[in-house]
Design a protein. Structure first.
Length: 308
């Protein structure tokens, strides 16, 4: 096998490569040397090892998003109806008075962008015009840009108003969070918590947060929630997958492992399952170095006492 690449990022692939190579070795030995009792695979072993390799792939692929954000940064868009306090929250997160604040709705007519850091990730914070039906061409263009910014954002901060009930439009926005994609990229905050008449007011959805841009109530918790959304269970200090080609190779390997798992579940022979396992290993091998037929049999004979 060609010398394994040893860059910090590529070493992560060894986490998948080593157990995957061992699966292929064991499955190949069980087929090629069926008469040797030592090579027999106990029931369930192949299934367990395939599941383990799939989990490792999934973990690395999950880190790819974090890796991309570390490299390219993330966009966080504040959205909501007029006068819910988006600009005040924008200023509070920046810890500076950047957006103009006024009691009259419609003060923000265009997107306003500033940079900050959350959990070690550079974030482009975007304040947008309040979403409403408009006839004025300028305000209508502001709303259109707000919608476009929201659609392309990595994270969306949906801002509601604690001082009044939800509007039908806000209820619709909450309802959209039932989809996995929207739920994963959206943080719901109920601003103006300092104006709550009753401490027992119910949140509009379980994951929502009460905050006050005016007093700072709940802002630290909001920052933590945003960090969790960006990083998941990982950290920018962990080795993460940042290369698109590497991610594609790992995605192809994961798909091959899925096919192997499905074939095993449908009762196909180990020979059929092995074909997909080898495909998965080949994809990972484009990064770590190819696992050749010679490597395979060298590993078999060094692992099992065949013919001895």
């Amino acid at each position: 096998m060609q010398a394994l690449l040893t860059s910090y990022g590529q070493l992560r692939f060894l986490i998948v490569f080593v157990p995957l190579a061992q699966i292929v070795v064991r499955a190949e030995a069980a087929l090629e040397f069926a008469d040797e009792s030592e090579t027999h695979l106990p029931p369930g072993v192949l299934r367990d090892e395939i599941d383990h390799a799939r989990a490792l792939c999934a973990e690395l692929l999950a880190g790819f998003r974090t890796g991309r954000l570390v490299r390219e940064g993330a966009s966080l868009v504040l959205t909501g109806l007029p006068n819910v306090g988006k600009s005040s929250l924008f200023n509070r997160l920046l810890e500076q008075d950047r957006a103009i604040i006024a009691a009259a709705p419609g003060t923000t007519r265009d997107t306003l962008e500033e940079s900050l850091e959350i959990g070690g990730i550079p974030v482009r914070l975007v304040d947008t015009a309040g979403l409403r039906d408009e006839t004025d061409p300028v305000e209508e263009e502001g709303v259109r840009r707000a919608r476009r910014a929201r659609e392309g954002a990595d994270l969306v901060l949906l801002v509601l108003d604690a001082s009044r009930p939800l509007t039908p439009k806000e209820a619709e926005a909450i309802d959209r969070l039932k989809t996995h994609v929207e739920r994963e990229r959206t943080v719901v905050v109920v601003n103006k918590a300092d104006l709550l008449a009753s401490k027992g007011q119910v949140l509009p959805c379980p994951a929502a947060l009460f905050v006050s841009a005016k007093t700072g109530l709940g802002i630290d918790l909001l920052r933590e929630r945003l960090k969790e959304k960006l990083l998941g269970a990982g950290s920018t200090e962990d080795p993460v997958l940042t290369n698109v080609r590497h991610a594609q190779a790992l995605g192809d390997a994961s798909a091959a492992l899925d096919r192997a798992s499905e074939a095993l579940g449908r009762g196909f022979t180990e020979e059929v399952v092995l074909l997909d396992l080898k495909v998965a290993l080949d994809h990972v091998g484009t990064i770590t170095g190819a696992f050749t037929t010679e490597d395979l049999y060298d590993r078999i004979f060094s692992t099992f006492c065949i013919g001895k």
